[in-house]
Design a protein around this ligand. Structure first.
Ligand code: CA
Length: 520
């Protein structure tokens, strides 16, 4: 072979492509993007993250055939804010969605808009939850608000449409339809976003019986006493206080004399909400529902658990329904991956699986999220792209949801705007060297309005330590050594031997706050 023959062959291929396609880029040259996001899906409930609770073979397939981030985090652990961070690549104080009350300003620069401008076909199906209409999508069909598990109402390009069936399946049907109907001369970016496994955890009938006979072990920190952590003690998100109807799916006649539970929001009209929710089921769905839940109700009336027995009964009810919702998500992810295989798209499509944040599965006695503690700070992040990401790759570097917008833009060959604050994960995914952050910055806001009474806080997490500032009066700090105390039970702040470390972390925290422009 002549020394330059490979170069000539390459030039000849480019010339042939230009003749065939004019000056337009060859569609296959740019990757398609399938961005899968569930809602409140904790790493502890994915088998490739080492879950002891559940098998998720389809999500695991992405870990086997692509990369898994061992340390992926969010910057503000709550639904709408996390979605705004993902779209803009900017922290909440800049994208304007600090908590679930804020409406997203759709005039902002987002990665789907930039991909659309770069010639991508862009679409979204499923959960949006940003109050204003989606912008930057050629096709959109999103759940109204939080969305219902059964027979969801959705907004398709501005028109409200009533769907029949189970939300996870409906959203997948729509995603598949969007892929089938896409213009074939463009690369695509599809955001396929589930409601599940968000509260109130209503499973699909085929999974009602999963774990029915099992007793799921309580997490080690279930009976946490919150010593040294006043904000944790103040929060209203204990499994013990979950609603008897809305969360536990009992009917009022099942629990006379029992408190309803606070459920994280004493002002919420829970009885009306539960009767509205169960009222969305069709008679056939209701008959299947009752076949399962009538037995649960009968067993409750028979046992009449109180005190600790009631708390642990609630944990079993909660965790099983939560996991059952994930079985549907995993099955539907399998369906969409099978479509990529069958249509020959798998090789040239970047598939991302993530959640808008993590969740407490009984750790610290809790459900929900919000705190900067590990279970809700972490979120799953798996990326498959057979062309450049090695199969089975495991990445230890600290990734943020802030990084996904620049990452996807870089993979698509589109410029990343100056204002985006994340860092592209592409070099990490492709095994190239990259100067990487040694610490992450976090800021949570929703308080005292909204749910669960979690005091606002910001903080820094390094590979080993975490420093959190609960800044509302009476302000105080928490400090953890994650190596010695991975469950974050011992607040070291104020112990003399940690004073130097605390000062050093405070300086780094201030540097991060200033570099991200957060003075709030
Ligand atoms: Ca969420």
């Amino acid at each position: 072979m002549k020394p330059h023959s490979a170069v000539w062959r390459c030039l000849a291929l480019i010339a042939a492509a230009l003749v065939a396609g004019g000056s337009a880029p060859v569609p296959s040259a740019r990757p398609n993007i399938l961005f899968i996001m569930s809602d409140d899906h904790a790493q502890q409930a994915i088998s490739s993250y080492g879950s002891s609770l559940i098998q998720t073979p389809n999500i695991d397939r992405l870990a086997r055939e692509g990369a898994l981030f061992r340390n992926s985090f969010v910057t503000n652990s709550i639904c709408a804010p996390s979605r705004a961070v993902l779209l803009t690549g900017k922290y909440s104080h800049l994208n304007g969605v600090r908590d679930n009350r804020d409406a997203f300003d759709g005039a902002q620069v987002t990665f789907p808009k930039l991909l659309q401008q770069a010639g991508y076909y862009t679409a979204i199906t499923g959960k949006w939850h940003l109050k204003t209409e989606p912008a930057g999508f050629d096709y959109w069909n999103v759940l109204v608000g939080q969305g219902k598990y059964y027979n969801p109402r959705m907004i398709e390009m501005g028109d409200t449409v009533q769907y029949e069936g189970y939300s996870t399946t409906v959203v997948t049907d729509l995603a598949l339809k969007a892929l089938q109907n896409r213009p074939k001369d463009k690369p695509f970016c599809l955001l396929y976003q589930h409601k599940a496994p968000h509260r109130n955890f209503m499973p699909e009938p085929q999974y009602f019986s999963a774990w029915a006979e099992d007793t799921i072990p309580l997490p080690a920190t279930f009976y946490d006493d919150y010593r040294g952590r006043p904000a944790a003690a103040e929060a209203d998100m204990r499994v013990a206080d979950m609603y008897m109807g809305f969360d536990m799916k009992l009917m009022p006649e099942d629990y006379p004399g029992y408190p309803e539970g606070t459920g994280g929001n004493a002002g919420f009209d829970v009885s009306e909400s539960w009767s509205n929710t169960i009222g969305t089921l069709s008679p056939e769905q209701r008959a299947e529902w009752d076949k399962h839940y009538d037995e649960v109700r009968r067993a409750f009336r028979e046992k009449q658990p109180r005190g600790k027995a009631l708390t642990e009964w609630k944990f079993q009810r909660y965790i099983k329904d939560y996991l059952r919702c994930i079985l549907s998500v995993d099955a539907q992810v399998g369906r969409i991956l099978a479509y990529l295989d069958e249509s020959g798209l798998a090789e040239n499509t970047i598939v991302v699986y993530t959640s808008d944040q993590g969740f407490y599965l009984g750790e610290h006695g809790w459900y929900d999220k919000r705190f900067m503690y590990e279970e809700s700070l972490r979120t799953p992040l798996l990326v498959r792209y057979p062309k450049t990401i090695p199969a089975g790759k495991r990445i230890a570097a600290m990734a943020l949801n802030l990084d996904l917008a620049p990452t996807l833009l870089e993979f698509a060959g589109a410029p990343v705007p100056e204002g985006m604050q994340g860092q592209s994960l592409k070099p990490l995914l492709e095994g190239k060297s990259a100067r990487w952050r040694k610490a992450i910055y976090y800021h949570y806001y929703e308080y005292p309005h909204g749910w669960h009474r979690v005091r606002p806080h910001y903080g820094i997490r390094t590979g080993r330590y975490k420093l959190i500032h609960f800044y509302n009066a009476p302000a105080y700090w928490e400090l953890y050594d994650l190596k010695k105390d991975p469950n974050e039970l011992e607040n070291l702040y104020g112990q003399p031997k940690y004073n130097r470390l605390a000062r050093k972390l405070k300086r780094r925290l201030e540097e991060l706050r200033s570099s991200y422009g957060d003075s709030g």
